[in-house]
Design a protein around this ligand. Structure first.
Ligand SMILES: C[S@@+](CC[C@H](N)C(=O)[O-])C[C@H]1O[C@@H](n2cnc3c(N)ncnc32)[C@H](O)[C@@H]1O
Length: 396
């Protein structure tokens, strides 16, 4: 058994109890169908058509359950497959799906063989590719399993926001070689407690996984195969393996312009790389990609009359702040990016219900198009920047 498989047999990740499915649905990025539609299908996917998806390295099932539950609740046809090396993880994901009455086809095996399962309109690969001995092989294998016109939702670890992690992984790797996974956790916890308060890991306020039980601790500090990639490395891997980035889910994190004056003519990749270094807190890159050369772009209000969906935690508080001319206190990946909008924006926000088209939102807010559109475009820039606004037609 490989070290990675042994780890996830001992510690299925993330730690989940299928009984909790009765209480809550865990949401996130990538892989909410509205988000998939926004980034991969111009917000116009016809969800009455079959949707074949693969959750590659699905672990204990967070992305899988979200995807299957939202499509099931909306009554949309789907054929969702899950694959993971770890049987223990699969058992938990299976029990979660069963608890909700969701239909999923489960496979135990490597995503390197994904194409053996056919081709898919959508592939989720969250938190996995950086754990492969050769991440390029993983990207290539998933590309081979992509149906024409389909796309990938991914998350890979990023180095700077994980500062302090890698020297500890190396030190614990050297110290605990040969020990069973459970014994490693117990020993590493003792050592960690004795490290100086100024250790970069202890000074990094953005790392929390080690506080989430043994599986989280192992995943963060004891992983034997964990290679974070900066944005240039990630995009280089995509170039090499036939992918192209559509967008990160929070593109504002990759914009250095609010921090400094940029040299003239700086290209898009160099800007993203600069932002990643200047911010220093990005722990993971989350985004969507398609086959190289397609030039697909996320949905926007510039295209027709789309249906907006807002993901803004406490909507009442947001509209109250705006109506009182106060900025929205946004913090994404540890970066403060307050959003300032005129009070009228509150009316537009209140009118978005995930069913109305933009023209209907304007009418509901009692604003004519000439007045509403420039304000909406400003809101679109701000909210899509932090992953809080998506367009999706067919999940109304
Ligand atoms: C950090 S967990 C992420 C789980 C899940 N995708 C999530 O985001 O919650 C990584 C998972 O990838 C699986 N994995 C690692 N290498 C794999 C491979 N080559 N093929 C399939 N699964 C793999 C592990 O067994 C583990 O369940």
């Amino acid at each position: 058994m490989t070290g990675v498989r042994a780890q996830y047999e001992a510690f299925p990740y993330p730690e989940r109890d299928p009984k909790d499915e009765a209480k809550r649905l865990i949401g996130g990025s990538p892989s909410h169908p509205v988000e998939i539609d926004h980034f991969l299908f111009g917000g116009q996917r016809d969800w009455s058509q079959p949707f074949r998806a693969l959750v590659a390295g699905g672990g204990t099932g967070d992305g899988l359950i979200q995807l299957a539950q939202v499509l099931t609740s909306a009554g949309k046809p789907h054929d969702i497959h899950y694959i993971d090396l770890s049987e223990a993880s699969r058992k938990i994901a299976e029990a979660r799906a069963k608890a909700r009455g969701l239909e999923v086809t489960f496979h135990t095996g490597s995503l390197l063989d994904a194409a053996d399962l056919g081709t898919f309109d959508y592939i989720d690969c969250c938190g996995v590719l950086h754990h492969l001995p050769e991440p390029a092989e993983g990207f290539r294998a998933l590309r081979a399993a992509l149906a024409p016109g389909g796309g990938l939702g991914f998350m890979v670890y990023a180095p700077y926001g994980r500062s302090g992690v890698y020297p500890l992984q190396e030190a614990f790797g050297a110290l605990f070689e040969g020990l069973e996974p459970k014994a490693r956790v117990a020993s590493a916890r003792k050592v960690l407690a004795k490290l100086p308060a100024g250790h970069p890991f202890k000074r990094n306020p953005h790392l929390k996984d080690h506080e989430n039980g043994d599986a989280g601790f192992y995943d963060l500090l004891l992983h034997g195969q964990d290679v974070a990639m900066d944005v240039q490395t990630l995009l280089g891997l995509m170039d090499e393996t036939g992918w192209e980035l559509v967008s990160f889910t929070q593109p504002a994190l990759y914009d250095p312009a609010p921090l400094c004056e940029l040299p003239e003519g700086m290209g898009a990749r160099a800007r993203m790389a600069l932002a990643e270094r200047l911010h220093g807190t990005i722990k993971s890159h989350v985004g969507y990609a398609v086959a190289r050369g397609e030039g697909r772009a996320p949905a926007s209000a510039a295209e027709g009359d789309p249906v907006p969906h807002l993901r803004l935690g406490q909507r009442d508080q947001v509209t109250k702040l705006l109506a009182n001319s106060r900025p929205l206190p946004i913090n994404a990946s540890g970066i403060e990016m307050p959003i300032r909008l005129p009070p009228k924006a509150a009316r537009l926000i209140s009118a978005v219900d995930g069913r109305r088209r933009l023209s209907e939102v304007f009418a509901e807010a009692r604003m004519d198009r000439d007045e509403a559109l420039p304000l909406w475009q400003r809101m679109e820039g701000a909210f899509t920047g932090i992953g809080a606004l998506h367009y999706s037609e067919g999940l109304r």
